[in-house]
Ligand binder design. Structure first.
Ligand code: MCA
Ligand code: AMP
Length: 496
């Protein structure tokens, strides 16, 4: 029977440990059985979901895989929801994706029940699904749409990135090959599971290979350091913010604990950084502390991973390396020429089977993001420097990367404008040692009103995920604008 290769492969290592959770361990057979149950519960009497969107709100663990694989095995498109999203954000994702069902767990069903009633969605509780008849599951062609991930960009609201099963398989196979994944690998999973970094680079690559995953509810410094010191992992993948925080935490440990932690990190097979620029100073600091040379790579929701420092060979601080297997990369200059010289900047453009199919329900945005012959325009600027790509920045000032999350300044502005004291506002990302960039807001107040950072933050928390909430606030008489009346973001940024 045709089914996603990731799931078919699980049959070949069914007795291996797939997940070490607290408490208990689960084999690949458990994942297969639980995902079949979920598929059965989603299908009810239907024979195929035929690409209906099924959202799922499930924490990292066996239920997450049961839901994701269950949706795929039933023929649906998986739409992972963020566990830290506010109700307003969840409603947007559910409505925009036109999801008809939400899969969740007994623990989380309360959080989504009200929304399901209001939007007329059916909740399915994954951990209560009974056994299913596998012979009834539909054939899944690899060209079918498999997943929609929401990503912020140059538009106010996030767009849904649609990937097919073939796209996902290509993204996984490229990384498994480049980073030499092995069935003996073991990796912690503390990144959110509504983005590529957690879903593809960690979860799916591990499951493809028959390796073991240790899911954690969130990034908890003490737990991670203890488990690393125990020698629990061979692989570690994280965003730069986590390496900055780890350096601070390890250096403040008492000597004996520090040595144990450092030795734990030193013995790993591979440690990877990505999702945002890793400052060369942090790269070098980490090597000095642990002897590990971090492997920095570059990717994007729409394309999976595109560039990577080598597994064998020089891992250069400040650079993102070369194209991954199966990925074509070129630079296109501002004047529209393909860059052929080193040190000449250009937009990174990417082509290959790992590149997404379309933005959900946005044919114009999809068309505008591709050039002739399927080259995808990333909006990131890079140079080639002694054979390695180096990221210089982004074309749009309205995209902020904070703690590895991609945020839209326009989306945050549209929320802030609803504040009763705010008349005008401009949001920018300002440099921040820990978060890469921090969200900063410059506002013009309504006559006679007052506003301070703390009250703005507590008001914002109900409306947007905590990492979008402004960290800095400046009240001004007027926003810097050009002769046409357009807000000048570089001048706004210079205010901080
Ligand atoms: C949290 N805080 C912040 C931010 N986030 N402050 C400023 N800027 C932020 N971005 C504050 C909170 O308000 C809180 O403060 C305190 O920090 C602790 O919050 P918490 O969330 O618990 O922090 P954490 O657990 O230390 O989170 C850090 C984190 C998390 C683990 C780095 O941000 C994270 O999981 N980031 C990864 C996101 C990711 O996976 N991105 C990949 C996208 P207070 O206590 O005062 O309230 S995929 C992608 O980018 C592409 C494909 C790629 O290339 O990978
Ligand atoms: P996302 O939309 O969350 O998938 O974020 C993708 C964006 O993250 C890219 O377009 C880059 O701007 C940024 N990014 C990912 N990896 C790196 C890296 N190693 N260095 C600099 N920026 C990165």
């Amino acid at each position: 029977m045709e089914q996603p290769e990731l799931i078919a492969r699980a049959e070949t290592h069914e007795s291996a440990i797939a997940m070490r959770c607290c408490p208990g361990e689960y084999t690949y057979r458990d994942l297969l059985d639980r995902s079949a149950s979920c598929a059965g519960a989603l299908l009810e009497s239907a024979t195929d979901l035929n690409e209906a969107r099924v959202a799922y709100l499930v924490p990292a663990g066996i239920d997450y895989v049961a839901a994701q694989w269950g949706i795929w095995r039933a023929g649906g498109i998986a739409v992972p929801l963020s566990l830290s999203a506010t109700e307003m954000e969840l409603e947007y994702t559910l409505s925009d994706s036109q999801s008809s069902v939400v899969a969740t767990t007994s623990e989380h069903v309360g959080k989504i029940q009200g929304l399901c009633e209001r939007l007329n969605l059916k909740p399915v509780v994954v951990d209560q699904a009974g056994p299913a008849d596998v012979s009834r599951l539909p054939e899944i062609d690899r060209r079918r749409s498999a997943m929609i991930l929401y990503t912020s960009g140059t538009t106010s609201k996030p767009k849904g990135v649609v990937s097919t099963h073939a796209n996902i398989q290509a993204q996984i196979e490229s990384l498994v090959k480049a980073w030499k994944w092995q069935s003996s690998d073991s990796i912690p999973l503390f990144l959110p599971l509504h983005h590529i970094h957690g879903i593809i680079n960690i979860l799916s690559c591990a499951l493809w290979t028959g390796a073991a995953i240790e899911p954690q509810p969130h990034f908890d410094m003490k737990t991670i350091i203890d488990r690393v010191a125990d020698g629990a992992y061979t692989l570690f993948m994280a965003v730069p913010t986590i390496y900055v925080k780890l350096i601070q935490a390890i250096e403040s440990l008492p000597e004996e604990e520090r040595i144990r932690a450092v030795n734990g990190f030193a013995q790993m097979r591979l440690m990877v950084s990505g999702s945002a620029a890793l400052p060369a100073s942090v790269h070098e600091h980490w090597t000095a502390l642990t002897t590990q040379k971090l492997l920095e790579r570059y990717g994007m929701t729409e394309i999976g991973m595109a560039l990577s420092n080598p597994y064998d060979g020089e891992r250069r601080p400040g650079a993102v390396g070369q194209p991954l297997p199966g990925v074509e990369v070129r630079l296109k200059s501002e004047t529209g020429n393909i860059v052929t010289q080193e040190q000449e900047p250009g937009e990174i453009q990417v082509r290959g089977e790992s590149v997404f199919a379309e933005y959900w329900n946005r044919p114009q945005a999809t068309a505008e993001s591709f050039e002739e012959e399927n080259w995808f325009r990333t909006g990131d600027i890079a140079v080639l420097d002694r054979g390695y790509y180096r990221i210089m920045g982004r074309q749009s000032v309205d995209i902020i990367k904070s703690g590895g999350y991609k945020l839209s300044a326009l989306e945050i502005e549209s929320v802030l404008l609803d504040h009763p004291a705010i008349d005008q506002c401009a949001v920018v990302g300002v440099e921040d040692e820990t978060w890469g960039e921090a969200v900063a807001a410059v506002v013009v107040l309504v006559d006679g009103k007052k506003l301070d950072l703390e009250s703005l933050r507590s008001w914002s928390r109900d409306l947007m995920s905590h990492y979008k909430v402004p960290k800095r606030l400046m009240v001004v008489e007027s926003l810097p604008r050009n002769a046409m009346g357009k807000v000048q973001k570089p001048a706004v940024r210079a205010l901080f």
